[in-house]
Design a protein around this ligand. Structure first.
Ligand code: HEM
Length: 120
């Protein structure tokens, strides 16, 4: 079996940055969560989420941001907000024509992070 990383199958850093940009912009339009992003630096968050996905899917990039627990601790994020974020991710993956297998892998990674994000 050939073992191509998820990073490569997603199309590498350029495609991943495009995905991260779409996801961020959907968050700022999503009534459930948009208030969370009013005081964030768009370029900064897109850069860090790009690094996070690249690093977490097998890319050579280092991740220079904070870990998920430290980042989201004290925000009191609800289940509903978490689902809203995952919904935006699904929409972005569909709009970017990401394959079924890659979608499933990214969604599994997203869900697995829930204990480090919701009500921490
Ligand atoms: C799978 C789910 C999620 C992932 C992978 C994720 C990932 C990240 C990353 C990598 C950062 C940047 C880290 C840093 O600032 O050092 C970040 C920041 C942030 N996240 Fe999340 N996040 C997720 C879910 C959520 C949810 C559900 C919310 C609430 C609606 C949220 C709200 C925020 C906010 C407001 C920031 C900016 C923090 C700041 O500007 O200081 N995130 N997230």
């Amino acid at each position: 079996m050939t073992d191509t990383s998820l990073y490569e199958r997603l199309g590498g850093e350029t495609r991943i940055r495009e995905l991260a940009t779409t996801i961020f912009d959907k968050h700022t339009q999503n009534a459930t969560i948009r208030n969370r992003y009013t005081n964030t630096d768009r370029d900064d968050v897109i850069r860090l989420v790009t690094e996070f996905i690249c690093n977490g899917t097998g890319g050579p990039q280092a991740y220079s941001g904070r870990d998920m627990l430290t980042t989201h601790r004290g925000m009191n994020i609800s289940e509903e907000e978490f689902v809203a974020v995952v919904d935006d991710i699904v929409e972005a993956l569909d709009e970017h024509g990401v394959g079924q297998r890659e979608k499933e892998e990214l969604l599994m990674i997203s869900w697995s992070l829930k204990p480090e994000i919701v009500r921490v």
